[in-house]
Design a binder for this molecule. Sequence first.
Ligand code: UPG
Length: 471
Amino acid sequence: MATPTVVLLPVWAAGHLMSMLDAGKRLLARSGGALSLTVLVVQPPGESHRSEVAAHIRREEASGLDIRFHHLPAVEPPADCLGIEEFVSRFVQLHAAHVRAAVSGLARPVAALVLDFFCTTMLDVSRELAVPAYVYVTADAAFCALLLRLPALHEEVAVEFGEMEGMVDVPGLPPVPPSCLPVPVMDKKNPNYTWFVYHGRRFTEAKGVIINTVTELERSVLAAIGDGRCTPGVPAPAVYPVGPVLSVTPPAERPHECVRWLDAQPPASVVLLCFGSMGFSTAAQAHEIAHGLERSGHRFLWVLRGPPAAGAREPSDADLGKLLPEGFLGRTKEQGLVWPAKAPQKEILAHAAVGGFVTHGGWNSILESLWFGVPMAPWPLYAEQHLNAFTLVACMGVAVAMEVDRERNNFVAAAELERAVKALMERDSEEGRRAREKAAEMKAACRKAVEEGGSSYSALGRLSEEIIKGA
Ligand code: UPG
């Protein structure tokens, strides 16, 4: 009989696609050849996404692993969407007939369907086809707990969360200040919010929830999900914390310019600033960052770029000159490097010269930082990043807090950045010392988790057995 296959349905954004593909590959390896992998590829809207996805697929196809890519027919994107969460959810929903046809037409027996958390509408397809379905959460368990809890919270909190009295109760987390909730949760009238409530409700219909996290990192919130405290009255979903799922590839043969620059810096002396796949570069904010860094006196590597969709061309020195204060690049020649394009973040975090990371707090960036034991100062911008910033400081203790003005487009003043960088980097800072120690502890925990006998290794084993049993 043909090897049963696990069908993955990822969304196309790099932070989702790569994470899910890697988790799938680990499952494949853990099954010892008992399972194969089929990836349903949604044709993403927009040329830049399409070529990025095509490049990932080419790389995976060359890997020689038992992975097949099944391209779904192109679908007209939904019109009149108010935000990205609504857009992604509706766009995926429009693929239902194609997903049904693809899954039912596969030559191999389908053992399970694994859906990105934005794809819960496809639980209907899995039910129709009687295929067990799992949800894959590319973010952390805290976010998963909030989503599971959201349908009930929606009933309990009559006003907007931003106007409520007191704190938000998410089992397994300390009381959450409403100002730390994810962006889509902050406006109940927005369809993005409605979609979050929808996905949270549907998570419990899945056979299990696979989370890219580590038990040792989020023990109490994982326990709260597992024992049903986040979903009273509904059977708790099985939880599989299988992280950190990161594709750490060997360094390039010819070291990247950023890495060569780091080679010349003392150990743990450089603060990295990098803001995810979308980048972040408004002129007003760039000025504040520049002043803050310069005044901090610490060495820095600043990845300064805007969203890739804004144009294929990365900013030139002349463009940078317009974004940065006059004379900044000249004055800080010895202190730092401003890199105006996508940088090899994992290689940079792996470098001994890096001692701290100012990050937008995307979950992949957080896991990469912890994998290399680098403490952080979170600067949340969008999606669930404000909640991540809260858990990094309040639960995990691996970061120093930085004051971000949510009312002003997440503005951080130069003086605040200077303070946070000093707190993060200076040897005699108590806050920094605690974050460094915790980050070192979590580095060890993350590495142990994926080794034989580790928590994530075992969770992946349980998942693989469960899927094989049902195949
Ligand atoms: N990266 C680089 N170089 C850069 C910028 C980014 O290599 O110059 C990489 C980085 O190493 C990481 C990825 O790009 O692997 C970025 O992933 P992540 O940190 O998760 O950020 P986003 O791409 O913004 O991720 C989206 C959401 C985020 C969420 C994540 C997972 O914005 O909030 O946690 O998806 O669901």
